[in-house]
Design a protein around this ligand. Structure first.
Ligand code: NAD
Length: 351
């Protein structure tokens, strides 16, 4: 494994390989930066094609968390973990406890939480061995719990900001939004959009989820291969990464791309391609930062849902500043956001 040569290495502070033969645990913890505070980012449980693929994924996600946390104004650095679902993987309390030990040994340099494949129950198991964990069951009157509805609220405020900037419209009322993926975030986003008078076009691999949003919000369902290419005002990717690329961009018939999915652009150059096509892109780690704000408030035991919503409402104005700078400099929004994030991290490093 050539960690230092991986294109996503980007001067990671630490990469820790965790192995426990007794439980079968194979995990990697990547700490990109602690300049702003402890490296915070979830743990993904995933079946990778190879160990190299797992390493690449964790490095990429960890760097993304540095940028996301910096742009959300949090005193958190960026980190991420992956537990490898190998052929002989068997989920057990003992395995997750061993992972908790590995997190604990880092003495707070890394704080874990849920990501794909993990649950609140697993987090509780990990929490038996370490206090450096978030995403635990919500305590009454406090911030915490499932971050998805908060993430959806942040995405909604981001779509409103994009609509104001690109279409000179004060609200989404009467506009059509195509939502790819109506899972935890997508469903809640549909609720916000429908309440504000938007028309919805949706697609999901899970027909029952599609049926729910069609019934509850009057959404129209289209095929999985068609959702991105609808003639709509906004395309909102809320499922997968890397769906905006050289092949899909020429087929888009929207003016705005703004959704919750992580790593929507396959490559950085796709930001330029979107701009050249006259499509405004809301950088993913800025618009989907609501969840991590919720996690941060929970971890620090600060505030309640109302406090979190107030902090998350800042996502709209933050995006507007990125859009304005992109327009003023003629450069794509994703590069403006990357630059701003790196500047915040560098200032903390040298400050
Ligand atoms: P989820 O698993 O609840 O929902 C994802 C949905 O996408 C599922 O219903 C799934 O069936 C559907 N899907 C998968 N492949 C699809 C395809 N090809 N076409 C259409 N639908 C497809 O996940 P979520 O928590 O709602 O997260 C959605 C996205 O937002 C993910 O990329 C996630 O990383 C990102 N995100 C989530 C949060 C959060 O708070 N949950 C925060 C930040 C970013």
């Amino acid at each position: 494994m050539a960690a230092f040569d991986d294109s996503a290495f980007d001067d990671h502070e630490r990469v820790i390989f965790c192995r426990d033969a007794a439980t079968g645990l194979k995990a990697i913890i990547a700490i990109h930066s602690t300049a702003l505070g402890p490296a915070a980012g979830g743990c993904r449980l995933w079946e990778y094609a190879s160990d190299d693929a797992a390493l690449h994924d964790v490095l990429r996600l960890s760097q993304g968390m540095s940028y996301k946390n910096a742009m959300a104004g949090l005193e958190f650095g960026g980190g991420k973990a992956v537990i490898l679902k190998t052929a002989d993987f068997r989920a057990s309390d003992a395995l997750f406890e061993r992972f908790g030990d590995c997190v604990d040994e880092l003495n707070g340099r890394y704080i874990t939480a849920e990501d794909v494949g993990m649950t609140v129950n697993i987090m509780q198991t990990i929490a038996r061995r370490t206090r450096y964990v978030s995403g635990l069951p919500k305590k009454a009157g406090m911030a915490g719990g499932d971050p998805s509805p908060i993430t959806a609220f942040g995405v909604f405020t981001g779509i409103e900001a994009a609509v104001r900037f690109r279409l000179s419209r004060e609200s989404v009322s009467g506009l059509t939004v195509a939502v790819q993926g109506v899972g935890n975030v997508g469903y809640n986003l549909c609720r916000y959009l429908a309440d504000a008078g938007a028309k919805l076009v949706v697609a999901d691999m899970d027909p029952s989820r599609v049926a729910t949003v069609c019934r509850e919000f009057g959404a129209v369902s289209v095929g999985l291969d068609e959702i991105l290419f609808q003639k709509v005002d906004v395309v909102s990717p809320c499922a997968l990464g890397a769906i905006i690329n050289e092949q899909s961009i020429p087929r888009l018939q929207t003016t705005i791309v703004a959704g919750a999915a992580n790593n929507q652009l396959e490559t950085r150059a796709d930001g330029q391609r979107l701009m050249d096509s006259g499509i405004l892109y809301a950088p993913d780690y800025v618009i989907n930062g609501g969840g991590i704000v919720n996690v941060a408030c929970e971890y620090h035991g600060q505030g309640n849902d109302e406090t979190v919503m107030q902090l998350v409402a800042a996502i709209g104005p933050r995006l507007t500043r990125i859009f304005e700078q992109a327009q003023a400099t003629g450069r794509p929004t994703n590069l403006i956001a990357d630059e701003q994030a790196r500047k915040i991290i560098a200032a903390a490093k040298h400050g």
